[in-house]
Design a binder for this molecule. Structure first.
Ligand code: URA
Length: 241
């Protein structure tokens, strides 16, 4: 693919187009060993070697990040009031990135952030039934047959019952009346996990997504941190297509 040099560098760095243009004009960029000062110069993303500020910058059309979303951050690209997922990516490569799907403002955990619309579409497609696993803490008394009720599908006030879901009780937390559970769902309805427990007379007091399809939240990522996906993680996600 052929691209303007300023676009190439704008896509592959966290810098703005105007900063990039100005730095190209100052002679900070080498293409195949030669200083290029015209931002409009065409470069071939597969063949040409671009060096910017003494670093080889290779071109990746798509970028893929794993983000550990903290509570208080909204799953959007912009918001007038709250910090968004994308606000955490100011020094990441790749423009036009967005979170794949939504977590509620108070939900923590795994979010995939990418600019690959096709992969996002496939992972979110209701037809694909991609599994999402959540850890939840709940208050209230669960019916004795809650696991079976999750499996059978619950009426959460929508036209259709929820698809079969898996509920695993992890532990009774001694400090209060809280129960720790793991829930696996294959849909992505609005407030789905919270509404499933509400349907059984319980309240979710804490929610964290642990995985989405083959992608599992990395224990080493602290809240608010992100990292690039490995090639293997990307390949395995593509298998959901
Ligand atoms: N279910 C919810 O209720 N909230 C989330 O953020 C995700 C799933």
């Amino acid at each position: 693919m052929k691209l303007r040099l300023d676009k190439y560098l704008c896509d592959m760095t966290a810098e703005s187009r105007s900063e990039i243009k100005s730095n190209i004009k100052k002679g900070f960029v080498l293409v195949n060993g030669e200083i290029i000062t015209k931002p409009e110069t065409k470069v071939d993303t597969e063949i040409d070697e671009v060096v910017y500020k003494e670093e080889i910058i290779s071109y990746e059309k798509y970028v893929y990040y794993m983000f550990h979303k903290p509570a208080g951050c909204v799953s959007a690209t912009s918001d007038g009031q709250c910090k968004t997922v994308i606000d955490y990516f100011s020094d990441a490569k790749g423009k036009d990135i967005f979170p794949v799907g939504r977590l509620d403002k108070d939900t923590e955990g795994l979010l995939l952030v990418t600019n690959d619309g096709e992969l996002a579409h496939n992972l979110l497609s209701p037809k694909k039934h991609v599994e999402k696993v959540y850890y939840a803490e709940i208050e209230g008394e669960l019916p004795y047959n809650a696991t079976m009720l999750f499996e059978q599908g619950l009426d959460i006030g929508d036209k259709e019952k929820t698809l079969p879901a898996k509920l695993e009780i992890i532990e009774d937390m001694e400090s209060n009346d809280t129960l720790a559970v793991k829930v696996t769902i294959t849909e992505g309805r609005y407030h789905q996990v919270k509404r499933m427990f509400e349907a059984l007379g319980c309240k979710v007091t804490y929610l964290k997504r642990l995985s989405m399809g083959s992608l599992v939240l990395d224990d080493n990522l602290k809240k608010g941190e992100w990292r690039k996906l490995s090639t293997e993680e990307i390949c395995r996600l593509r298998e959901h297509e």
